[in-house]
Design a protein around this ligand. Structure first.
Ligand code: 4AD
Ligand code: MG
Length: 434
């Protein structure tokens, strides 16, 4: 059965398929046999279908061969589509001939194994229906982000991953030897996107970012996919408006295009379809008042941690922006608020239902001297950032940008307990294999 002309599994469920011949190939999800009849569920990229085969039709040699195919073994089958109310989807394929492509060894993954074991076998575990659904939604999410950015005339850029600067603070950067000089894995593409903003005005990048944080939490990865954009002539209001329209666009796109997967994963599509902009906005100062009332006292000047973000969003159904943070908790490049130098023109977008921060956003400071001072205060050497400060010396204009954690968004939208479920090969402090 190497000839061309195989049908996708979904063909079995087409309106005119009953009584027609089909040729399928794929992987065995499960199988059993009794009384000379074989029941096998076959999976391909388009779906799953029950296939039955009778010993007296197939011949005993072929029947025995298929009977010994393991879970996740690969087979091809020729047969006829029949109605069977007992089969999932109400149809099955009655096999006339089988061929075994790879019978496979016994599949090592089954129910009730530990999470650690499944992570060790991640290269095989990702065949589960749950993972297949998750990564289909992820692919659609990336498509929807790009679609939105394209419709807003924001140009995709390809910034480097290896860099001589640790942009978000050296302590959390992976450092390595670059031919005898120190180098870092990118924590953010922001500084490069700012450089690319001047010739292009509106730019974005979708690249991996790396954080050497030993945070073992359900929302931290050491490698994650970072969607970042920089927009010229943009203030904080304009930026937050852009971000919320983007989040609503992708939520609606997933609800419309991946409803079966969302449902299977426990997120009713209607909940994503119901998201609307604008999102509620509260200042950091108001957030502190609200938190104090909820029994989470936070001192002015301290960052909001996981517990505080959770408390702020647990009862929310929409993401919320927290704005105007104290400058000491935020990065050196954020623009001080006009009339209130204690705060910066920055906002975090917190996902509802307790999921917490998914986007960090701010207006960028355009004052080279102040940037240089703040780099020094942050313990960095301004000379290493001279190329960045140059951007403020040649046609500097007001601009703003954001970074969004793709897996954080997915964790919220798919209601996953742990962020590692949103990426096929999660990198965490305790694991970088397989
Ligand atoms: O808030 P962060 O650190 O901001 C920046 O890196 C900015 N330079 C981005 C920019 O403005 N271009 O990171 C941005 C987002 C966070 O809101 C969060 O969603 C995600 O990146 N993120 C992580 N996601 C998974 N695992 C981690 N360890 C993450 N750290 C940040
Ligand atoms: Mg942040």
């Amino acid at each position: 059965m190497t000839a061309p002309g195989f049908d996708p599994v979904e063909r079995v469920f087409a309106a005119d398929a009953v009584g027609r011949p089909v040729r399928l190939r794929g992987w065995v999800l499960r199988s059993r046999s009794s009384g000379g009849i074989l029941f096998l569920v076959l999976r391909d990229r388009t779906g799953t279908v029950q296939v039955t085969g009778k010993k007296d039709v197939l011949g005993s040699a072929a029947f025995d061969a298929v009977e010994h195919v393991q879970v996740e073994g690969a087979v091809a089958v020729e047969g006829t589509v029949a109605v069977d109310p007992r089969a999932p989807g109400g149809r099955e394929v009655r096999a006339a001939a089988f061929s075994v492509i790879d019978a496979g060894l016994p599949f090592p993954i089954f129910a009730d194994q530990t999470e650690e074991f499944r992570l060790d076998k991640r290269h095989l575990a990702i065949r589960s229906q749950e993972h297949v659904a998750t990564f289909r939604v992820k692919a659609e999410l990336l498509r929807a982000f790009r679609e939105f950015l394209d419709s807003e005339s924001v140009l995709e850029m390809t910034p480097p991953i290896l860099s001589g600067n640790a942009a978000e603070g050296g302590a959390e950067a992976f450092r390595f030897d670059y031919f005898g000089r120190p180098a870092y894995l990118s924590q953010t593409a922001q500084l490069y996107l700012e450089a690319l903003l001047f010739p292009n005005e509106r730019v974005y990048a979708l690249t991996p970012s790396f954080r050497a944080e030993k945070s073992r939490t359900p929302r931290h990865l050491t490698e994650y996919l970072h969607l970042e954009a920089e927009l010229a002539w943009c203030d904080l209001e304009g930026l937050l408006d852009f971000i919320e329209r983007m989040v609503v666009h992708v939520a609606h796109a997933l609800a419309a295009r991946r409803a079966p997967e969302l449902t299977a994963l426990g997120r009713p599509p209607a909940e994503l379809a119901a998201l609307t902009s604008p999102f509620p906005r509260i200042s950091y100062a108001d957030a502190l008042d609200r938190l104090a009332g909820q029994g989470f006292p936070v001192r002015w000047g301290s960052d909001l941690g996981t517990a505080e973000e959770r408390a702020l969003t647990l009862e929310e159904r929409s993401p919320i922006f927290v704005t105007r943070f104290p400058r000491e908790v935020k990065a050196f490049y954020m623009l001080p608020t006009a009339g209130d130098p204690r705060t910066v023109e920055a906002a975090d977008l917190l996902a509802p239902e307790g999921y917490g921060e998914i986007v960090g956003a701010s207006c960028r400071d355009t004052d080279a001297e102040r940037l240089s001072r703040r780099l020094t205060e942050a313990g960095a050497d301004p000379r290493e950032y001279d190329w960045y400060l140059d951007l403020r010396r040649h046609g500097s204009v007001p601009h703003a940008g954001f970074g969004l954690g793709v897996e954080r968004v997915l964790r919220w939208m798919l209601r996953r307990e742990h962020i590692r479920e949103t990426t096929p090969f999660p990198r965490t402090p305790s694991r970088h294999t397989p």
